[in-house]
Design a protein around this ligand. Structure first.
Ligand SMILES: Cc1cc2nc3c(=O)[nH]c(=O)nc-3n(C[C@H](O)[C@H](O)[C@H](O)COP(=O)(O)OP(=O)(O)OC[C@H]3O[C@@H](n4cnc5c(N)ncnc54)[C@H](O)[C@@H]3O)c2cc1C
Length: 462
């Protein structure tokens, strides 16, 4: 319970304008992009919008003393309910912390506050010829704090890795308000436990990330975009696999099934070739046009040998943007196909991709749902989207059974529950199957050491 005395203490830290407690505001901060049905008890009692790490530290000191749950929040673009305040308390929204505090060109590193939008960080570095590769499809609105907390991935993960591959250090406010700096600019650093990695992907359950130090790489000088159509997903998967085995590593290799392509065609009022059942979009990069041409030719040869129906190389930036707009818009476009869309995020060893896609098709037939399939085929991360109507009697249970089957299929081939969206609320029931008793016990021991009262983002992960 947050009484007026506590509210006053918090207002004294951030200013009255940045403490919100109207019904409307509490409602506005009670959901994220997981579209989990809203419950009245999931509303924060107070929404607090700090501007600096020192303010966060003072708020946490109050919360810790008064035993108030705190749920950190970036842009609420999370897909698994991570920023929903399950036990009320404070919704701590970091999106006023938007300073990029240092671009160290000599060391190729950048330091930014948690509320900086991913795309703003990318553009800031790109202006100096430096490349921040993690590019979640949500990058126009997601924050880097949320990206670190979820260890966000993106389309370029196949060549450049995910957020954790770029985090060099973090400023973290601990549950009692202490401010910790982990890591630093030294490339090699094995002094003590790797706390930077521990907080990366911790989903707001271990501390509040207020600032991050990222390494950068030189911006590739040229980029090319290829779009290849296939009769079926198997041919597309085989192309990506053969390409990687023959040493061609594209910056991105995205795959979409016919359902996704139909939605796009409907949106654009274009005809879809009846022969086409899948599409892959590939980004290649390099130092000059000649290297792009060589890569494109090799990929074309592989694609044709694997049964490609059409192969197109974008001839201008506009064409490339048009091709990528299709992929970036898929998530929202597929969601419009049915009253509800349950989007999953399994990740499997790359060579198991076709097998899992086949099993998803069987699951779709068994349970009678359309399941649209798209994903980052280059790194084995699949987003099956179940299209359903949860207002129908029994639909919720049928969806659960279909999701159970999807996770079972992923785990049976050595895959995992989440490639990039985290566990949050939606995948909690499955984490024991994925990690086992000893895995869970170890996670809980870490949690107990850093947050003994269980105040940080309670109810998440398990
Ligand atoms: C259309 C769409 C496309 C997407 N595409 C991708 C994609 O390609 N790849 C991908 O990985 N994800 C994707 N996502 C999911 C989402 O954008 C990412 O998980 C993103 O990293 C969340 O950032 P956020 O700022 O919105 O965080 P939020 O959703 O606000 O929070 C996410 C989690 O992080 C915690 N958190 C947030 N900020 C902090 C902080 N400063 N300190 C500690 N904990 C914190 C929250 O408590 C919560 O548990 C997509 C989402 C949408 C809606």
């Amino acid at each position: 319970m947050i009484d007026s005395g506590i509210k006053k203490k918090i207002s004294d830290v951030v200013g009255r304008d940045y403490v919100l407690d109207s019904e409307l505001n509490r409602f506005g901060y009670s959901y994220d992009s997981s579209f989990i049905p809203l419950l009245p008890e999931n509303r924060p009692d107070l929404v607090v919008l700090p501007r600096t790490a020192e303010e966060v530290s003072r708020i946490m000191a109050v919360a810790c003393e008064e035993e108030i749950p705190v749920t950190p929040r970036g842009a609420a673009s999370g897909r698994t309910g991570g920023s929903i305040p399950l036990r009320g308390g404070i919704s701590l929204c970091l999106d006023r912390m938007t300073k990029i505090t240092e671009l160290d060109e000599r060391n190729m590193m950048v330091t930014a506050e948690a509320g900086v939008r991913t795309i703003d960080l990318y553009n800031h570095c790109a202006a100096k010829g430096l490349f921040f590769p993690p590019d979640p499809a949500s990058w126009k609105f997601s924050t880097i704090g949320g990206n670190v907390a979820e260890n966000a991935g993106g389309m370029r993960a196949v060549k450049y890795g995910v957020t954790k591959n770029y985090v060099m250090g973090l400023e973290v406010v601990l549950v009692d308000g202490a401010i910790l700096w982990t890591g630093g600019k030294a490339i090699k650093n094995v002094t003590g436990y790797d706390l930077t990695s521990l907080f990366t992907g911790s989903e707001g359950t271990l501390g509040i990330i207020t600032r991050a130090l990222f390494r950068l790489i030189p911006m590739p000088k040229r980029r090319g975009t290829l779009q290849v159509m296939f009769r079926n997903l198997d041919d597309g998967c085989r192309t990506i696999h053969t390409m990687l085995l023959s040493g061609i590593v594209p910056a991105a290799a995205e795959i979409m099934d016919r359902t996704c392509l139909e939605v796009v065609a409907r949106h654009r009022k274009t005809e879809l070739d009846p022969e086409v059942g899948a599409c892959i979009i590939i980004e290649i990069d390099g130092d000059d046009d000649a290297s792009l041409e060589i890569q494109a030719k090799r990929i074309e040869d592989v694609a044709i040998s694997c049964g490609a129906v059409t192969f197109r190389a974008a001839r201008s930036q506009q064409e490339a943007d048009e091709i990528w707009a299709v992929r970036r818009g898929i998530s929202s476009a597929v969601a419009a196909l049915a009253p509800h869309r349950i989007g999953e995020d399994i990740s499997v060893p790359r060579d198991a991709f076709p097998e899992v896609v086949r099993r998803i098709r069987e699951i779709s037939e068994k349970h009678g749902f359309t399941i649209a399939v798209y994903g980052h085929a280059g790194d084995g991360n699949i987003h099956p989207s179940l299209l359903c109507d949860l207002s129908k009697p029994g639909e919720q249970e049928r969806v659960h059974r279909a999701v159970d089957d999807i996770f079972a299929a992923a785990l049976s081939v050595g895959g995992t529950l989440s490639g990039e969206h985290g566990i949050g609320i939606t995948k909690r029931p499955y984490i024991r199957d994925a990690l086992g008793e000893i895995g869970i016990r170890t996670l809980k021991a870490v949690k107990a050491a850093l947050d003994p009262k269980g105040l940080l983002n309670p109810g998440k992960i398990w």
